[in-house]
Design a protein around this ligand. Structure first.
Ligand code: NAD
Length: 491
């Protein structure tokens, strides 16, 4: 058992640089609020300015070339595994800090959150001494060796919706491959990322290897334009992803991976197990109250089962509304949206949909007066190109359409610039495989939807992203390939 005092939100007023909390270079701060009731949680979270960003990068470079570079792969694995044990002890309290500003229910911490974070770190630690290069024999007079070398200073720019999970999904592969990382958390949920930073060194990882600098988008931009940062691993919206890609190109062509938004189609054929399809459809739009990139927000149901599916789905969404509430209540399954901005955006999309874009079946209202709660909402029969059908809502709102044939529905499912995750529900294995091949998404669930698995690559096609996280693929994205040719005929 390691003793660790979780700081109060108002105590988190400094950056974590080179193994200690340091004063910001300016007085600029930002406020985080509780989406449950709009009260202020802290009005003193520091904004990283150029000087702070430069300091973090300088220390990161020193750490990259220092003691960390002498660690064997087995030592790196031991550190990461130790970190997973330390986090296992403290994660509950740490994640409560993010519940204060992000609204994610504490009831989900012991299961879903721990699984993603602790087990994800354990899985990644196992790669340290297994990720290797390649070798080709000297049949042509040259021995060829291919090495995977670390990039150096990497920066993780994180979204608001799973701050700690994203933190470790970026830090772990960076460290497995010998890099160092600075995390820039979202300005909407920065507290747990700042609070947990000292635990990294307790696991035996040298100071400067992982640092945390808070701030809004402009702090992220300082990192994306920085000439000594070698990689940005970004998770967030498409609009921001494009800005980061442009900043990287205009500065030093740093490597960029982008995990962006989604508008996941779930296609339910008439031979599907209906209970299973309804259950996944519910989970896939209600997890984090719809604030996940892999939310299944478009449902396509074959006409012969549409009435029955919609009846059961709507019942489930009505039931879900009863479990929406105070995220600190252990019986709450679904919390508020993250802030007023998100709340107004979702409300606007619902209002425009109600005004003639689609037919409202359930929900469609906000709950309460001060918080950011939106009822679980289902629309049917959207008009073609309706905003609610084409744009990411990032709230508990789905649209159900009906279809007759496989050809018709594949065209509809793919008629989007998004391409993150899709689901296909059928008992026909041939159709499942045929249809999975045609779906233009990076991940396809067969008889499931909207789930992550750390063992296999995760990421989007089209505008949902570039590059992959998880599995072995993420390790490649944190390394540069170096080829060495050895002339065996030289004397
Ligand atoms: P966002 O793009 O608004 O912000 C994400 C991060 O980018 C924040 O830390 C923000 O401060 C920073 N940022 C903003 N402007 C910047 C700039 N010009 N340069 C550098 N950094 C900048 O996204 P969000 O609202 O926090 O998250 C929601 C979005 O993230 C949704 O679109 C969702 O689908 C997506 N998302 C994707 C995945 C995935 O794995 N594909 C996972 C989670 C969330």
């Amino acid at each position: 058992m390691t003793s660790f005092k979780i700081p109060k939100p108002t105590e988190l007023t400094k950056f974590y640089i080179n193994g200690e909390y340091v004063e910001p270079s300016t007085d600029e701060v930002f406020t985080v609020r509780n989406p449950k009731d709009d009260t202020v949680v802290s009005d003193h979270v520091p904004v990283g300015a150029q000087e702070d960003v430069d300091a973090a990068v300088r220390h990161a470079e020193a750490a990259f070339k220092g003691e960390w570079s002498t660690f064997t792969s087995a030592e790196r694995a031991r550190c990461l595994y130790r970190l997973s044990d330390i986090l296992d002890e403290h994660l509950g309290d740490l994640l409560r800090l993010d519940t204060l500003t992000g609204g994610h229910p504490v009831s989900l911490i012991p299961t879903r959150e721990k699984n993603y974070i602790v087990n994800g770190l354990r899985y990644m630690s196992g790669w340290c001494d297994k990720f290797k290069g390649d070798y080709f024999p000297d049949d042509d007079g040259f021995v060829k060796i291919v090495k995977n070398e670390p990039l150096g200073v990497c920066v993780g720019i994180c979204p608001f919706n799973s701050p700690v999970a994203t933190f470790f999904h970026k830090v772990a592969p960076a460290l497995v491959t010998g890099n160092v990382m600075i995390i820039k958390p979202s300005e909407k949920s920065p507290l747990a990322s700042l609070a947990l930073a000292p635990l990294i060194e307790r696991a035996g990882i040298p100071r400067g290897v992982v640092q945390v600098v808070t701030g809004p988008g402009k702090t992220g931009e300082l990192f994306s334009r920085h000439m000594r940062v070698r990689k940005i691993s970004f998770t967030g919206s498409i609009a921001t992803g494009k800005k980061i890609q442009a900043a990287a190109a205009q500065s030093n062509l740093k490597r960029v991976t982008l995990e962006l938004g989604g508008k996941g189609p779930n296609v339910i054929f008439e031979d599907a197990n209906l209970d299973n399809a309804v259950e996944w459809a519910l989970r896939a739009i209600m997890a984090r109250s719809g604030q996940i990139c892999i939310a299944a927000s478009r449902l396509y149901v074959q006409r012969s089962i549409a009435d029955e599916f919609i009846k059961r789905y709507v019942e489930k969404m009505r039931e879900a509304a009863k479990h929406m509430g105070d995220p600190f209540d252990p019986d709450t399954a679904y919390g508020p949206l993250v802030d007023k901005l998100a709340f107004e955006k979702v409300r606007g999309m619902i209002d425009r949909a109600k005004a003639g874009e689609a037919e409202l079946l359930v929900g469609g209202n906000s709950i309460g007066k001060t918080g950011c709660f939106i009822e679980p909402t289902v629309f049917v029969n959207p008009r073609p190109k309706a905003e609610i059908l084409t744009d990411e809502v990032f709230g508990p709102v789905s649209v159900v359409s009906t279809f007759d044939t496989e050809e018709e529905v594949i065209q509809k499912a793919n008629d989007t610039e998004y391409g993150l995750m899709s689901g296909v529900f059928t008992r026909d294995i041939s159709r499942a495989l045929r249809f999975s091949s045609k779906l233009e998404t990076g991940i396809v669930g067969v008889n499931c939807a909207s789930i992550l698995n750390i063992q296999v690559p995760f990421g989007g096609v089209k505008q949902s992203g570039m590059g992959r996280e998880f599995g072995m693929d993420v390790l490649r994205s944190f390394t540069e390939t170096k080829t060495i040719l050895i002339n065996t005929r030289a004397t």
